[in-house]
Design a protein around this ligand. Structure first.
Ligand code: 5GP
Ligand code: MG
Length: 476
């Protein structure tokens, strides 16, 4: 997962992109980057670290221009090396191009081999550079960006939401199944494309709509143009965005994440009621779920684990030992709320089981009598090939264990995961709209022999239905 943003607005965009990236920081903490175009030249800065560490006002002032794109990186493909940071910037036949990508391609190896057999070189080991190659390959022949994006949608297999800037024209497109989110907002004098609506909110902008799966939007001095390049018979929005990844205040493909999570909390109570003194969240990811469980059951919501706000997400630590230590620093139990109490402990997901086991241990040390764990996702059983960093089955505690065995390992008094039906129901979508690969092991695109649900994708050849959208003054 990564966060991407593209802005075209009068009076300079670097500060706006900075704040938008700040709002998307949860989507990636490894590196951050911005590229802007001033009408003649590209200005760029990217480095390892958090948005606030990478940029200061001097740097932002040097990023001149009324159009630009930005990226926060959460590594999926490609190591943590400076050349892998985004945006990816280059010149092709006098076109100044900058590109940033959220998602993960599953046919990157094959594509790379094809290009290398043709004598092409690569400067990074990201799949973003592959997207750039596919685009320039097509531009070389037709010079047409619509054709180039069309080509992408035919040959790229996997998830991709992309923002791209070519000579100051801003483009955004989303894979035909809409796996990764991206939306459009109206800013004071222009437009913003962003992974989540929270970036639009951060700028005081107006959320307009999601980019459609298979859609290309183009923002230039005339406004927004939209072209439907591919149309699929189903969607595959990532369920993990709703479960964990997106911010609770984001609206993704029509659903407010906070509401989805509280509904799941209520359903957790319906599926697995229990008598207890309090409902406790594992902050922050479990909070909306815990509030839902509390509403549904009438058991008071009491914070009994306090989070150190200055700690990053613990998954980012690369070794198990580091992660275990991080959990201790990150969450501190409130003894007075736990002593001799029976507690419903609510979290969004169990992935490796490390955090959950640790937390339950510290709560027991603090005197809790019973800890009934309720989880807002079904057991995560299979790896994600489409952008979430949970690569191997061996690391997933639930991949080959029954719930009772997981309960024993994390030492909970009882354990219940939400059912898949209730989860889907809580999103307000039907199962044909979601990718549930990490739960079901069935993916929306073919991945080296894994079980998959075929989708039919129609490409709107040659003549693109161009729709000029006049959001103009933002009064709609
Ligand atoms: P576990 O018990 O599996 O070690 O950790 C569960 C916790 O990990 C949950 O609180 C959940 O919010 C969090 N989590 C789930 N997926 C991710 C992820 O991709 N990145 C990070 N940083 N945390 C995650
Ligand atoms: Mg969490």
């Amino acid at each position: 997962m990564c966060g991407i943003v593209g802005i075209r607005d009068a009076g300079g965009v670097s500060f706006s992109i900075y704040y938008a990236l700040y709002a998307l920081q949860h989507r990636g903490q490894e590196s951050a980057g911005i590229a802007t175009f001033d009408g003649a030249r590209l200005h760029k800065h990217k480095a390892q670290g958090l948005v606030a560490e990478v940029f200061d006002s001097t740097t932002l002032e040097s990023l001149k221009g009324d159009v630009g794109i930005g990226h926060v990186r959460y590594p999926t493909t490609g190591e943590n090396r400076p050349e892998n940071y985004q945006p990816f910037n280059f010149v092709f036949r006098d076109n100044i191009i900058s590109l940033a990508h959220n998602g993960n391609l599953v046919n990157d190896r094959t594509l790379r081999d094809e290009f290398e057999c043709g004598g092409q070189i690569f400067c990074t080991n990201t799949d973003t550079e592959l997207i750039a190659k596919v685009i320039t390959d097509e531009m070389r022949d037709s010079g047409c960006i619509e054709d180039a994006v069309h080509r992408c949608m035919r040959v790229l297999k996997g998830s991709y939401s992309v923002v791209m800037m070519i000579n100051g024209v801003l483009y955004g497109f989303r894979d035909p199944l809409g796996i990764k989110p991206m939306c459009i907002g109206k800013t004071e004098n222009g437009y913003i494309l962003a992974s989540e609506s929270v970036a639009v909110d951060a700028l005081g902008g107006k959320f307009l709509r999601d980019i459609l799966p298979g859609e290309l939007v183009c923002i230039d001095e005339h406004g927004i143009k939209s072209m439907q390049i591919a149309r699929a018979n189903r969607r595959a929005h990532c369920i993990f965005e709703y479960i964990y990844f997106a911010r609770a205040d984001a609206v993704l493909d029509g659903a407010l994440v906070y509401d989805v999570r509280t509904r799941i909390g209520e359903k957790l109570h319906e599926e697995a009621p229990v008598k207890a003194d309090s409902v406790c969240t594992v902050p922050d990811s479990g909070t909306a779920y815990a509030i839902g469980y509390s509403h549904g059951s009438g058991i008071p919501f009491v914070e009994s684990l306090l989070k150190n706000r200055y700690m990053g997400r613990t998954f980012i630590m690369s070794t198990q030992k580091e992660r275990e230590r991080a959990v201790r620093i990150k969450l501190n139990p409130i003894r007075e709320h736990l002593k001799d109490k029976s507690v419903v402990l609510v979290d969004d997901s169990i992935v490796r089981g490390t955090t959950s086991r640790r937390i339950i241990g510290t709560m027991r040390d603090a005197g809790a009598r019973e800890i009934h764990m309720r989880i807002g996702s079904p057991p995560i059983k299979a790896p994600c090939y489409l952008g979430v960093d949970m690569p191997t089955r061996e690391e997933l505690i639930a991949s080959n264990r029954e719930e009772e065995e997981v309960r024993r390992r994390i030492t909970a008094t009882s354990l219940h995961h939400i059912s898949l039906e209730a989860l889907i129901d809580a999103t307000g979508m039907d199962s044909e709209c979601l990718c549930t690969g990490c739960i079901t092991g069935r993916y929306p695109i073919p991945i080296n022999g894994e079980e998959f649900i075929p989708a039919k994708i129609d490409f709107l050849d040659g003549t693109y239905q161009t729709k000029l959208e006049k959001f103009g003054d933002g009064s709609e």
